[in-house]
Design a protein around this ligand. Structure first.
Ligand SMILES: C[S@@+](CC[C@H](N)C(=O)[O-])C[C@H]1O[C@@H](n2cnc3c(N)ncnc32)[C@H](O)[C@@H]1O
Length: 285
């Protein structure tokens, strides 16, 4: 999405049953191919993470020292390390061994505070194997839209969480920052003054769509995006007995300098990120 232009090849994805059974292997292969580039660019957080994603997630998480946290799809582990430094004990999982290698290398000195494990978060058995009632919080940063299926995670959450536990996630904003959007800047003569307006054109939203695109310009391979409108994104969690109790739509501050005109920094009115906190409404059965 950040580096995307024009109309990417897209296909609608009706449901899990008619999905390509090799899809997750392809998703992992793309992330393995992108891992070195991603780690070099992401480091300990890019500007989107440092200014929008991590602060929003941390406000919603309300971590307490000693909290045991499960991070889903941790990438190079930059958020896992932030949470560990805030006093949490983090188990961070990802399906890409390439990403996990970088995560482990960067986490020297945090032994006992962060552990990384290879795991496909669409595998309900693997998720259940992480423990019952174990985690004060489950968190996922900018990854649910990269996951081919989210219902297995939604179904596993209630039993993974300890009483009082919460699930916090951030995603590219489903309404404004999906593969069905284009960013534009227009200029208008308003009574003799040239006024620029930055906006987003939404040409597809309602149909869940699988498409390839870029999260970072110049990344070696386009990745898979699994765009879901809000109702599709939240429904599996509602069905699993969760309710939203807090939500943020972080935006860049006006005037944040950027060398790329169509960067999200030029769109301070429009949130590129949606961050949500959910809690179970009833104890697990
Ligand atoms: C955009 S990266 C985000 C990484 C990290 N959370 C961050 O914010 O820097 C998406 C990550 O999702 C992982 N991923 C995609 N599908 C997954 C799945 N089914 N199970 C586990 N990880 C998955 C990829 O391997 C990749 O590391």
């Amino acid at each position: 999405m950040s580096g995307q232009s024009g109309f990417p090849p897209a296909s609608t994805s009706a449901g899990a049953s008619d999905r390509d059974p090799t899809l997750n292997r392809k998703v992992a292969a793309v992330w393995n191919a992108n891992a070195d580039f991603w780690d070099a660019r992401m480091g300990e957080g890019n500007i989107t993470h440092l200014q929008l994603v991590s602060p929003a997630i941390e406000r919603l998480l309300e971590l307490r020292p000693g909290d045991e946290v499960l991070e889903i799809a941790c990438g190079n582990g930059q958020l896992a390390r932030r949470m560990a430094r805030l006093g949490a004990k983090v188990l961070a999982v990802d399906m890409s061994e390439g990403m996990l290698e970088h995560a482990r290398t960067r986490s020297a000195g945090l032994e006992g505070k962060v552990e990384y494990r290879q795991l496909d978060a669409s595998d309900p058995v693997a998720l259940a194997g992480l423990g019952r009632g174990r985690f004060a919080a489950v968190v996922s940063a900018m990854a649910l839209m990269d996951m081919s299926e989210i219902a297995p995670l939604a179904g596993a959450l209630a039993s993974l969480l300890a009483p009082g536990g919460r699930f916090v996630f951030a995603v590219t904003h489903p309404a404004f920052n999906g593969t069905g959007t284009r960013r534009m800047i227009e200029e208008e003569d308003v009574g003799g003054t040239m006024v620029q307006r930055a906006g987003v054109v939404v040409f597809r939203y309602g149909t869940p769509t699988t498409a390839k695109g870029l999260a970072m310009i110049d990344q070696p391979e386009p990745q898979y995006f699994f765009d879901r409108p809000l109702n599709e994104l939240l429904r599996p969690f509602f069905s699993a007995g969760f309710a939203v109790d807090a939500l943020e739509e972080p935006r860049f501050a006006p005037g944040t300098p950027t060398s790329r005109v169509l960067s999200w920094l030029s769109f301070p009115e429009i949130p590129p990120v949606l961050a949500v906190r959910m809690r179970p409404m009833r104890p697990p059965t």
